[in-house]
Design a protein around this ligand. Structure first.
Ligand code: CTP
Length: 398
């Protein structure tokens, strides 16, 4: 199991909003993720962009007219409706939404929406007053009640000059919405997967803290992989520079103690816990309430006390426990002993000294050890792919 977009047919309906310039990036991201993308442009969209803008990205014909004799739809007007694994309308204007809600079929996109049995996602983009108008709201509710996903719109500055609800979601978020829809019946459907991420921050005084080099990328990537296989994915995250991913609940914490409490609460009904966070082993014995002054002393000592081991102290029962071992020497041996001492089902041993794995990179090179003695050496993979390989093992154990 991997990215649910690979080899899937996505029909991208582009309608006449200025946000359609973002649909070009969206088409590109879908293609890069491995999807086959058929674009339908409405007449309105063609006032903003040319078909060649899309065909040069998708390498497939672009449908512009239901009655064009050159078009596949002139021979089989529901060809795209049948072929699609998902239909995404982005941007979706008020007009396109109204036509779909009322079951119109006078243009290629409307006809495809009416005929398809595939899931449909609308990404509204319009002036805030148009979106808030009861007519549009009624149409949106109607589509939602029939099973369509309404992705967005976001709040922000709009082309009309208004600030309000009406901005199309960013392309990367829309790609994630497509993944969620395609993966919702995956092998983790109905399962709750809790992932910890990032490096905890242990305060010394109001200004200073002790932390580590963890970027949070590995944990976020695992949670995204779980989401894309249908899981209810939750991240308990120490501070990172990463935005909250689409479709994942993120619980933000700072210290190891806060992380322990949040992980414990989330694990009450979890099927698996994956501890990718770099938890500080120590915290300052006392946190000064005022900024510590350097004074005239030449040295200073901070007394530290041990933090609880979160993963060792949790669970049992049917929950699958996965840990990481960040090691700079004797990687597999050290990981093996952590697997046993922390009562884990799986441990991902991570050599943090190599440049293409470990902290802050987008790739990782890990060895998976499991409680039954299995050893799987994964080569250099993206962190998202590493996430999938870990989840393959979790699925077996569930
Ligand atoms: N871990 C944890 N709570 C801690 C420390 C670590 O839950 N207080 C988890 C990590 O999230 C990881 C695993 O334990 O999944 C191993 O973490 P690592 O930092 O490699 O090992 P430590 O137990 O901290 O041992 P050492 O620092 O001595 O290598």
């Amino acid at each position: 199991m991997t990215d649910p977009l690979v080899g899937r047919h996505v029909t991208l309906g582009v309608t006449g909003s200025i946000a359609c310039y973002k649909a070009v990036d969206l088409a590109s991201k879908l293609v890069q993720a491995g999807a086959m993308v058929d674009v339908i442009m409405t007449d309105g969209a063609q006032e903003f962009l040319w078909p060649i803008t899309f065909s040069s990205i998708t390498h497939r014909p672009v449908v512009t007219n239901l009655f064009d004799p050159q078009s596949e739809l002139s021979m089989d007007h529901v060809a795209l409706a049948k072929r699609s694994d998902v239909v995404l309308v982005a941007p979706a204007t008020a007009d396109a939404i109204a036509k779909a809600a009322w079951g119109m079929a006078g243009d290629a996109l409307s006809a495809t929406l009416l005929a398809t049995e595939a899931p449909v996602i609308f990404a509204p983009a319009m002036d805030a007053n148009m979106y808030d108008n009861p007519a549009t709201q009624e149409n949106v509710s109607k589509l939602r009640s029939r099973g369509a996903v309404i992705a967005g719109p976001a709040e922000g500055r709009l082309a009309s000059g208004l600030v309000g609800r009406g901005r199309m979601l960013e392309p990367s978020a829309l790609v994630d919405h497509v993944r969620i829809v395609l993966g919702r019946d995956g092998d983790l459907s109905g399962k709750k997967i809790v992932v910890s991420a990032g490096g905890t921050q242990e305060p010394i005084d109001p200004v200073r803290m002790i932390t580590n080099r963890s970027s949070g990328k590995m944990g976020f990537a695992i949670a995204e992989a779980a989401r894309d296989r249908g899981a209810n994915a939750v991240i308990v995250s120490a501070p990172t520079a990463l935005p909250d991913p689409t479709g994942i609940t993120v619980v933000h914490v700072e210290t190891a103690l806060e992380m322990r409490d949040a992980v414990t609460a989330q694990c009450e009904d979890a099927d698996a816990l994956i501890m990718a966070a770099a938890v500080a082993d120590w915290r300052s014995a006392e946190v000064a309430s005022q900024k510590l002054k350097k004074g005239s002393a030449e040295t200073m000592t901070i007394e530290m006390v041990k933090n609880p081991d979160i993963v060792a102290g949790i669970g049992g029962g049917r929950m699958v426990k996965v840990g990481f071992a960040a090691e700079s020497e004797d990687v597999v041996e050290n990981a093996q002993s952590k697997l046993l001492s922390k009562g884990l089902d799986i441990i991902a041993a991570n050599d943090i000294t190599s440049a293409d794995s470990g902290f802050a990179t987008d790739t990782n090179r890990v060895v998976l050890l499991d409680r039954d003695g299995g050893v799987t050496e994964l080569g250099l993979l993206s962190k998202y792919e590493v996430g999938h390989r870990i989840l393959d093992k979790v699925v077996q154990m569930l």
